[in-house]
Ligand binder design. Structure first.
Ligand SMILES: [Zn+2]
Length: 198
């Protein structure tokens, strides 16, 4: 393939339907289950639109408002960057005008499935104060997704960096979305290499 060398800005695409979806949501989400239920609904809606079975959102811990939603748009957006947590955090940083959310208030990242190796890095650098997860990484692996090389102590390491971690919030509902997915499973080259060395 001939590559045309004319590099411009890289933009992360926000799916068109996301703003329509957001028109019907409540103003605030004081309960952890309300925040997770919103994120799981977003993951379910994303699958219906051809995205991956993952969603995330950044909430303001002081006002309980949704700041930024994110969906897995890797396949439609043709970019391995487009994980739900990356999308939500990048959007929140853009909206708040800073690469570090810690300086802008206190924010929580809610994700329908525990973060992969990429998202773990991004959430650490973003300066979120708290992480809330639904399904386990193993639940995503059970349908063929790869979470990448990640420390088995990731939860402790996040806590050591001042991030509160809550796991297994509405896990069965998050698993239901994973199991409803029949689309593309990406990162197959990693599985191929893994199988080769077996
Ligand atoms: Zn990820």
């Amino acid at each position: 393939m001939r590559v045309v060398k004319h590099w411009t800005t890289i933009e992360l695409p926000i799916p068109d339907w996301l703003n329509t979806w957001a028109t019907g949501i409540p103003q605030t989400f004081p309960e952890i289950n309300q925040r997770m239920a919103l994120v799981i609904d977003l993951a379910r809606t994303n699958v219906q639109h051809g995205g991956g079975p993952f969603a995330a959102a950044v909430f303001d811990q002081r006002t309980d408002e949704l700041i930024a939603p994110g969906v897995n748009w890797v396949v439609p957006g043709k970019s391995s960057l487009l994980h739900a947590e990356v999308m939500a955090l990048a959007l929140a940083e853009q909206l708040l005008g800073s690469y570090e959310l810690a300086g802008q208030g206190s924010f929580e990242l809610v994700t329908s499935v525990e973060p992969c190796c990429q998202c773990l890095g991004v959430l650490l650098w973003s300066g979120v104060a708290a992480l809330v997860c639904g399904a386990h990484s193993e639940d995503a692996q059970a349908i063929g997704f790869n979470e990448g090389p990640r420390s088995s102590n990731w939860e402790t390491e996040l806590r050591q960096n001042g991030i509160r971690v809550t796991r297994e919030v509405m896990r069965p509902e998050a698993i239901e979305v994973l199991q409803s997915y029949s689309g593309e499973i990406y990162n197959s080259h990693l599985r191929a290499r893994q199988n080769h060395s077996d």
